[in-house]
Write a protein that binds this ligand. Structure first.
Ligand SMILES: Cc1ncc(COP(=O)(O)O)c(C=O)c1O
Length: 304
């Protein structure tokens, strides 16, 4: 009998596409190629599908959780949606804790997948407060926290899938890898894998500039830096202003037909800065999620 894929089997193997217009004459004259890895093509719409599936599957394999259990996670959005999807497929109850200033699309997507939401007041401390509350609930026996910020199965997903895909898709030509940094799972995992193939590959992290808000990414205060984060694995950091990321998100959609999120556009801003410094490079950046996840924020329809 023919075997068919489950929705979980469709995670990964996302397209890698070349930018055609935004790099402009500068790109052409320097011989650089800029490539976008379209993680919004994952079934729940973001790069986080890989990490969520990896964290639940691995914990199940180790016997730490079993279907029917309750899982808890503090999430700024995409991880929550991805965990809610994976929990639905695998038969877990999912409680997601998030600050109340995150977009309506995200909340609605999580509840569509059957998750229970706890909204914390952004004014009470945002993600830091949400992370503390998740730990408190676990201590009270209300469920198991997967803790994407400290869980090696988060970046392992990228060592095992995203990294090898990029190596394969570029035929080993990749010279620079650029990623926005949230839990840092993507940049840690992909960077680790690519370096095993070619230690000369440059890993570049995009972070919000002081005072800028870019959903999904943070320059964490010292005490909240993700445990999975190893600064030695990032060669260069680019600080991105919110306004330049938002402008680039609109350009990416209108000029390249790539309708991505704001952090993806921030990664592209970083990739273009790299492209202005180097020649004959193959620069890959991650499009973490899709732009339609941000429609209600008005970012794609700014006031004239
Ligand atoms: C929109 C968005 N961009 C970027 C990231 C960063 O990915 P990572 O957590 O792997 O660093 C996230 C993470 O949740 C995200 O939601």
């Amino acid at each position: 009998m023919k075997t068919y894929m489950t929705i979980e089997d469709t995670i990964g193997s996302t397209p890698l596409v070349r930018l055609q217009r935004i790099p402009g004459a500068l790109g052409d004259s320097r011989g650089n190629v800029i490539l976008a890895k379209l993680e919004g093509n994952n079934p729940a719409g973001s790069v986080k599908d890989r990490a969520a599936s990896s964290m639940i599957r691995r914990a199940e394999e180790r016997g730490e959780i079993k279907p029917g259990d309750t899982l808890i996670e503090a999430t700024s959005g995409n991880t929550g949606i991805a965990l809610a999807m994976t929990a639905a497929i695998r038969g877990y109850k999912m409680i997601l804790i998030m600050p109340d200033n995150l977009s309506l699309e995200r909340r609605a997507s999580m509840t569509a997948y059957g998750a229970q939401l706890i909204l914390t007041k952004a004014s009470e401390g945002g993600m830091e407060y949400a992370r503390d509350l998740a730990m408190q609930m676990q201590a009270e026996g209300k469920g198991k926290v997967l803790d994407q910020f400290a869980n090696p199965d988060n970046f392992r997903a990228h060592i095992e899938s995203t990294g090898p895909e990029l190596w394969e898709q570029t035929g080993g030509e990749i010279t620079h890898f650029v990623s926005a940094m949230g839990t840092t799972g993507t940049i840690m995992g992909v960077g680790t894998y690519l370096r095993t193939q070619n230690p000369a590959i440059q890993v570049v992290g995009a972070q919000p500039a002081p005072g800028s808000q870019i959903p999904g990414i943070r320059k964490w205060p010292e005490a909240y830096q993700p445990k999975i984060y190893d600064p030695a694995k990032v060669d260069a950091f680019e600080l991105i202003e919110q306004a330049e990321a938002e402008t680039m998100a609109r350009r990416m959609a209108a000029e390249e037909g790539i309708f991505g999120g704001i952090s993806a556009a921030g990664a592209l801003v970083a990739a273009l800065r790299v492209a202005a410094r180097v020649e004959n490079a193959t620069i890959v950046f991650i499009v973490c999620d899709r732009g339609d996840r941000y429609l209600s924020t008005g970012v794609f329809n700014p006031a004239p």
